[in-house]
Ligand binder design. Structure first.
Ligand code: COA
Length: 333
């Protein structure tokens, strides 16, 4: 029997500080109605001064381990594009703080597709018997890379973390990751970027460098690509899994914008009611968005054991990816 990666635990964490649309409107040229109608977002969470991505990752990771009924994992994969520092990776600190010992731990950077990419890496570690269990975390704090004066990005992004535990099992088990399809298009890397701080645009130490450390986004082009890539990716994963899309109970897509979800549902010819969403409460939490949507879907009863589920991420890079699984019975963390 072949060896599969099986989802056995789920945890999520969003920082308690809420920023409402009204609060954004008090300091930016925007208003609640514009943000709600263009994005579906009512509020987002942000970290407190002094907090960092690892703090959120630890909270989500702890909850996922508890949900899986364990305190250990053989490896930790952290999807993030806002690491605590550019070097070293953030994952080893998270592993230490979770008392996982000296297990392999590393970051995966695929922006809003990061969680699906990290699932694929975790599944690969299990398939090759490098690990019997992997803690996969998606955590980002994009509030730390947004220009205070950019009304478009500040309306969209929020902070958060979500995690799952993968364990070696059989493809017949509920929770087994059945199909993982990933893709990228680096020719469109300019659509979402932080130009400065890396080896291409190094800091000169001048105050003018600050602008280069902020996220830039070409919103309309990103919108069109998100709908195109996510609908193709979901279609391909459905076909490879042998699931006609009509038989998929829930689609859990990256929470980028409510209109992107509606347009993708329409492109796929599937009712938007089967697309789990929590974007009104959390905004776009980047690598955390899919596991946070899973946790909210479970909490609201939208996502039930036995459901056929397709997850799909899309983000900067450009990158995208999907995974199919039958939703397992999990303990609430
Ligand atoms: N409040 C008011 N006006 C805003 C605004 C805000 N929060 N954000 C942008 N605008 C303005 C723009 O400045 C522009 O003004 P102008 O015409 O005077 O230049 C106008 O609204 C239209 O901008 P546009 O970018 O065409 O708006 P849009 O309808 O595409 O909405 C986004 C902007 C960012 C909400 C939308 O493009 C989007 O969600 N894109 C995808 C973003 C995303 O998902 N990113 C992550 C992908 S992983």
């Amino acid at each position: 029997m072949s060896r599969a990666a099986v989802l056995t635990g789920l945890g999520a964490w969003a920082p308690p500080t809420v920023v409402t649309n009204e609060e954004l409107a008090s300091c930016l040229d925007t208003d609640d109605e514009w943000i709600r109608t263009r994005t579906g977002i009512r509020q987002r969470r942000v970290i407190a001064p002094g907090e960092a991505t690892s703090d959120l990752a630890v909270e989500a990771g702890r909850r996922a381990l508890k949900s899986a009924g364990t305190t250990t994992a053989d490896a930790l994969v952290l999807a993030t594009s806002t690491p605590d520092r550019l070097c070293p990776a953030t994952a080893p600190q998270v592993a230490s703080r979770l008392n996982l010992g000296t297990v392999p731990a590393f970051d995966v950077a695929a922006v809003c597709s990061g969680f699906v990419y990290a699932l694929a890496v975790g599944a690969g570690l299990i398939a090759t018997a490098t690990a019997d269990s992997v803690l996969v975390i998606g955590a980002d704090t994009f509030s730390t890379v947004l220009s205070p004066s950019d009304r478009a990005t500040r309306a969209v992004f929020g902070d958060g973390a979500g995690a799952v535990v993968l364990r070696a099992g059989s493809p017949e088990q509920d929770g087994a990751l059945l199909d993982l399809g990933l893709g990228s298009d680096g020719s469109r890397s300019d659509l979402i970027e932080i130009p400065g701080g890396g080896s291409r645009q190094r800091s000169t130490g001048l105050p003018t460098d600050l602008e280069g450390t902020y996220l830039t986004m070409r919103g309309q082009a990103v919108f069109a690509q998100a709908v195109h890539r996510m609908s193709e990716s979901v279609r391909e994963t459905g076909a490879r899994t042998g699931w006609p899309l009509e038989t998929v109970d829930r689609f859990v897509l990256h929470q980028a914008n409510a209109r992107i979800l509606t347009a993708t549902a329409k492109r796929l010819g599937q009712p938007v009611e089967r697309f789990v969403t929590n974007i009104d409460q959390l905004g776009n939490t980047v690598a955390a968005s899919i596991p946070l949507a899973l946790a909210d879907g479970v909490a609201s009863g939208e996502l039930l054991p036995g459901h056929r589920v397709v997850l799909c991420g899309f983000g900067g890079g450009l990158t995208w990816g999907s995974v199919a699984l039958v939703w397992p019975q999990l303990n609430t963390p």
